[in-house]
Design a protein around this ligand. Structure first.
Ligand code: AHR
Length: 500
């Protein structure tokens, strides 16, 4: 097939918020225990944090990490996880039917954030708890001293406030699986009152309101409208969550899912606009896509972990090459919507539906999906700009016309580098692709990286990393404002131009 991509660096979609390269760590499975935290591990530091895992997290240069849940937060008593470890209670944890020892809590997470050089995105429990407990946690974390909770933090060895700026008002409160799920009216009211108290406690914080837990929830749309009507003035962001699967083995549809994510974002943004106009306000609510990924392999295998274990290995997805293509497409969608999406968390970070895996007491490694995330987080900084694609399209279960090629493009802040992230969704056909830049721009190809694989279902393991990008040794000339490249079937490319 033949394709053209016209890049126009002057057509700026938006400056990219670095927080779209964020992630998520929940008290779930082995994300925390034997994931990031394993005292006694040969690589553990003085806080029990695994250095080998920190080393794999560092290159991602994450904006923030959402914590402690997820569904876990809806039953969490944050006081259980602070203070002397030997006094912390062990509890049955009802989101994942595990045993929570509370050895790791808020302060340990903040130690981890410092080591990982990321900002925290802290969630409060609006399932079993409410406004007062949330405000207490803000007091514990953000008030310098001289009050009950701030002095309690100091007595726990943390003299300086943690100064946590970003907070989530609960998690997936529309989901029947959620501990103490709520109707939109119930959630809207409690979220509004909680937001009031949290911001009165610390006016410098920003708040994320729960949207629907997925686009296919029966209440999607009406939920957003209702909670925004209650909370528009108090919140700063509205959340979106979406995981895609290939349960039917329908790869063309699976690869088209980033188009569905795009429609989801646009629909939610339109609802925000509708409520903004209804209320006659200038203030914009931005979007926090705070859970996104591919997720289905573990469940498809029908694995059911036994209940009430500590850190049993649940939802340990083994990501395939094709999953990395879908993740690359989802990153393109986030970049193309960077005018609205300011925060996005790849869910999750370690062991549970994660790009990074560990062996208890042993090594660690990266999965296929790590690669597109790493490339976007490394080269996708600056402004998102328009890349117009003309190429053939295909029909699948979710659309009559899905373009085979999918791309996003980023202009660096210095305006000296332009990076194109390109996915070819065709499973059989390469694309002879002509990329053009406006005539006035002098450019040269600076780098081309390619990810292809002879087996779409290939995975990486601790022993073997067959799925990885390859930097092409020779670059074609960029002449008369264009270059023609051969884009292999089922591939991901990172193409960088230096501009002068
Ligand atoms: O990320 C795993 C789970 O998926 C989270 O706990 C929940 O919010 C979502 O349903």
């Amino acid at each position: 097939m033949k394709a053209t991509i016209k890049i126009n660096p002057d057509k700026v979609i938006a400056k990219i918020d670095p927080r779209i390269y964020s992630s998520f760590l929940e008290h779930m499975g082995r994300a925390i225990y034997t994931g990031i935290y394993e005292p006694g591990h040969p690589d553990a530091d003085e806080n029990g944090l695994r250095r080998d895992v920190l080393d794999l997290i560092a290159p991602l240069n994450l904006g923030c990490i959402r914590y402690p849940g997820g569904n876990f937060v809806s039953g969490y008593r944050w006081e259980d996880g602070v203070g002397p470890k030997e006094e912390r209670p062990v509890r049955r944890e009802l989101a994942w039917f595990s045993t929570e020892t509370n050895e790791f809590g808020t302060n340990e997470f903040m130690d981890f954030c410092k080591k990982a050089n990321v900002a925290p995105m802290m969630a409060v429990n609006l399932g079993t708890r409410g406004p007062q407990d949330a405000a207490n946690l803000v007091e514990y974390c953000n008030v310098p001293s001289g009050t009950y909770y701030s002095d309690l933090r100091r007595s726990h060895g943390y003299e300086k406030p943690h100064d946590i700026k970003l907070w989530c008002l609960g998690n997936e409160m529309d989901g029947p699986w959620q501990i103490c799920m709520k109707t939109a009216e119930e959630y809207g009211r409690i979220a509004c009152e909680t937001a009031k108290m949290m911001k009165w406690m610390d006016p410098s914080i920003e708040l994320v309101l729960c949207g629907s837990s997925a686009k296919d929830m029966p209440t999607f749309g009406s939920w957003e409208r209702t909670v925004l009507r209650h909370c528009y003035e108090r919140a700063d962001y509205l959340s979106l969550h979406q995981y895609y699967n290939d349960n039917d083995g329908d790869l063309p549809t699976f690869l088209a899912r980033p188009t569905d994510m795009d429609a989801f974002i646009k629909e939610v943004a339109a609802i925000c606009e509708e409520v903004r106009k209804e209320k006659n306000l200038d203030k914009q609510i931005y979007l926090s896509f705070d859970e996104w990924n591919v997720w289905f392999h573990y469940q498809k295998e029908g694995k059911r972990p036994p209940h009430w274990q500590q850190a049993s290995p649940i939802e340990e997805e083994k990501y395939e090459f094709v999953d990395a293509l879908v993740v690359a497409g989802m990153l393109n969608t986030l970049l193309k919507n960077s005018d609205r999406v300011k925060i996005a968390c790849l869910a999750q970070l370690v062991n549970v539906i994660a790009p990074i895996m560990t062996v208890p007491g042993g090594g660690s490694y990266i999965q296929t999906i790590y690669h597109p995330f790493y490339a976007a987080a490394k080269y996708g900084r600056g402004s998102s700009v328009c890349a117009e694609i003309e190429c053939p399209s295909y029909k699948c279960a979710i659309s009559d016309s899905v373009p085979y090629l999918d791309a996003s493009c980023v202009l660096s802040d210095e305006k000296d580098m332009l990076t194109l992230f390109l996915v070819n969704r065709s499973l059989t056909e390469a694309a002879e692709t002509t990329i053009t830049l406006p005539a006035a721009i002098r450019a040269q190809l600076a780098m081309m990286q390619q990810m292809t694989c002879d087996d779409l279902h290939r995975t990486n393991t601790i022993e073997d990393q067959p799925v990885a990008p390859v930097t092409l040794p020779e670059l074609p000339d960029f002449e008369n404002g264009s270059v023609t490249l051969f884009v292999p079937a089922a591939s991901y490319q990172v193409i960088r131009f230096s501009l002068s």
